[in-house]
Design a protein around this ligand. Structure first.
Ligand SMILES: Cc1cc2nc3c(=O)[nH]c(=O)nc-3n(C[C@H](O)[C@H](O)[C@H](O)COP(=O)(O)OP(=O)(O)OC[C@H]3O[C@@H](n4cnc5c(N)ncnc54)[C@H](O)[C@@H]3O)c2cc1C
Length: 50
């Protein structure tokens, strides 16, 4: 069985969580994002730009 070690667990795959994950990756830090709905759910629910 393969085991991986993650440095940071991010709760919520919204704007802040995804940005944090990206910045951590750029700095060589492993993270996992857990999202209860779909990734970027709030942004998906937005209507088309007026
Ligand atoms: C109609 C509308 C228009 C907007 N327009 C703009 C704009 O033009 N410019 C702008 O800068 N901002 C805009 N915003 C605001 C912007 O969407 C929010 O400020 C931004 O999404 C906040 O990001 P966040 O990551 O903090 O929170 P969210 O985007 O809410 O992300 C949090 C995520 O965490 C998840 N979550 C919560 N609890 C748990 C849990 N216990 N376990 C797992 N997952 C969990 C949620 O499902 C969600 O996906 C707009 C918002 C709306 C509704």
């Amino acid at each position: 069985m393969r085991t991986e070690f993650i440095d940071i667990l991010i709760i919520g795959g919204g704007q802040a969580g995804l940005a944090m994950s990206h910045m951590l990756k750029q700095r060589g830090c492993l993270s996992i994002v857990v999202e209860r709905n779909r990734i970027a759910e709030r942004w998906r629910m937005r209507g088309p730009a007026a």
